[in-house]
Ligand binder design. Structure first.
Ligand code: CDP
Ligand code: MG
Length: 142
């Protein structure tokens, strides 16, 4: 089976609340495999690069500052075609108020502040770009 890859970031509030294990279990229970993993505090520039499409939007500065304020857990997930959509479905809607029960955001976040628990890439092309930001040495099938 051909593997496809996507990037997930477990955001600072979820790391602080001890939710990493529970969140990773959800992806693994859905049949996805861990391909890389790190727990680390990254500088603001890292998130400026991640969120470059949002530069100039009202929430941009607050988001990049918050994401660089404390450790995050970064993971690469591997799985079949459709992995990007699958992971975003498991995460739930961006706004936790609209995220369905049973999704990660629906179950663990009540509001966008301080963060909405998880990030996931929105296309295979953005996944490839985003994986390189957090795992510069990542090799598919490694
Ligand atoms: O993370 P996702 O791809 O679902 O959403 P996005 O539209 O790419 O936004 C990136 C992140 O910016 C979100 O996950 C939120 O943390 C934040 N955001 C926000 O604080 N307020 C908004 N109105 C939209 C996004
Ligand atoms: Mg996005």
């Amino acid at each position: 089976m051909e593997s496809h890859y996507t990037l997930v970031l477990i955001k600072p509030s979820a790391v602080q609340r001890g939710l990493c294990g529970e969140i990773i279990s959800r992806y693994e229970s859905a049949g996805l495999k861990l391909a890389a993993l790190k727990l680390e505090k990254f500088p603001l520039e890292t998130f400026a690069e991640l969120y470059r499409e949002h530069q100039g939007k009202s929430f941009y500065q607050a988001v990049v500052e918050h994401m660089s304020s404390a450790p995050i857990c970064a993971l690469v997930l591997a799985g079949p075609a459709g992995i990007v959509e699958k992971v975003r479905a498991l995460n739930g809607a961006t706004d936790p108020v609209k995220a369905a029960p049973g999704t990660i955001r629906g179950d663990y976040a009540a509001a966008m502040e301080p963060d909405n628990i998880v990030h996931a890439s929105d296309a295979l092309e953005s996944a490839a770009r985003e994986i390189r930001i957090f795992f510069p040495d990542f090799m598919p099938c490694s």
